[in-house]
Design a protein. Structure first.
Length: 239
C-alpha cells in the first residue's frame, strides 16, 4: 500500500487499520467456533452487563497504565522534531521505537501471563504459588532480555537497512542500538512487574507510578538531556 498503490503514508495507516479489524474478526471466529471456548462463551445476554462497574474499576486503571507508557514514548518522538536536523532525529527515533515495540511484545506477553496466573493463585488462596510465579517470570524476562539484547547488538550495523537506505540514518541507528538494547532489558522487568501489579489488583497504584515515572521524571529529564545537554535523539533510547 505504501508504494504499489500510490497511497504513501495513507497506505500505512490503512494497512494498520485493516490489520486491527482482521485481528478482531479472527479472534471472534476463534471464540465462536473453538471447542476450547465452549465453556467460556455462551452467547450474548443482559447478564453480561451486570458487573460493568466492577470491570471498569479494574479495566480503566489497567488501560491508563499501558497508555501512559506508550504516550510518553510517542511524545518524545514528536519533540525530537524540534531538535537540530529534525529529519534525521525523527527518522532514527521512529526506527528505534518500532524496534523497541517489536521486542517489547515478548515482555508484554509474559506480563499478561503473570497477571492471569498470579490473580488465579491469589483467588485460590495460594500466595506461595503467586510468589513462585513472580520469581519464575522475572527469571524468564531476564534471560529473554539478555538474548534479545545480544541479537540487537549483533545486527546493529545492518538493522537500519530494513527501514532506510540513507547511510546517515543507518549509522545513527547503529550508534543507538546499544542504548536501545539496555533500555529494553530494564523495560522488560517493568513490563512483567506491571503484570504482577495487575494480577494483585493494584491497577490504581500502577497507574499512579507510571504517571509519576514517565511524566514527572522521564519526559522532563528527556527535555533536559535532549535540548540542554545536547544528547539529541539518544534521550528516548536512554529513557
Amino acid at each position: 500500500m505504501l508504494k504499489q498503490s500510490g497511497l504513501g503514508h495513507k497506505g500505512a495507516a490503512l494497512a494498520i487499520s485493516v490489520s486491527y479489524w482482521l485481528n478482531v474478526i479472527l479472534l471472534s471466529c476463534y471464540v465462536k467456533f473453538s471447542a476450547s471456548c465452549a465453556q467460556t462463551w455462551t452467547g450474548f445476554s443482559m447478564e453480561a452487563l451486570s458487573h460493568i462497574p466492577a470491570f471498569m474499576k479494574l479495566g480503566f486503571p489497567s488501560a491508563v497504565m499501558y497508555c501512559l507508557e506508550l504516550w510518553a514514548f510517542q511524545l518524545l518522538v514528536l519533540l525530537s522534531g524540534l531538535l537540530p536536523n529534525p529529519v534525521l532525529e525523527t527518522s532514527t527515533l521512529s526506527i528505534c521505537l518500532n524496534t523497541s515495540l517489536l521486542v517489547y511484545m515478548i515482555p508484554v506477553g509474559l506480563g499478561g501471563t503473570a497477571s492471569t496466573r498470579i490473580s488465579n493463585e491469589l483467588g485460590a488462596g495460594n500466595p506461595k504459588g503467586a510468589k513462585l510465579a513472580v520469581r519464575v517470570v522475572i527469571a524468564i524476562v531476564a534471560v529473554e532480555g539478555i538474548m534479545i539484547g545480544s541479537v540487537l547488538l549483533a545486527i546493529r550495523n545492518k538493522l537500519g537497512y530494513a527501514f532506510s537506505s540513507d547511510p546517515q540514518v543507518i549509522k545513527y541507528v547503529a550508534s543507538m542500538i546499544p542504548i536501545v538494547a539496555a533500555g529494553n532489558f530494564l523495560d522488560g522487568f517493568q513490563c512483567v512487574l506491571s503484570g504482577v501489579a495487575r494480577g494483585c489488583g493494584w491497577q490504581k497504584i500502577g497507574a499512579c507510578v507510571n504517571l509519576g515515572s514517565y511524566y514527572l521524571v522521564g519526559v522532563p529529564l528527556g527535555l533536559l538531556l535532549g535540548f540542554h545537554l545536547h544528547f539529541g535523539g539518544r534521550v528516548r533510547s536512554t529513557l
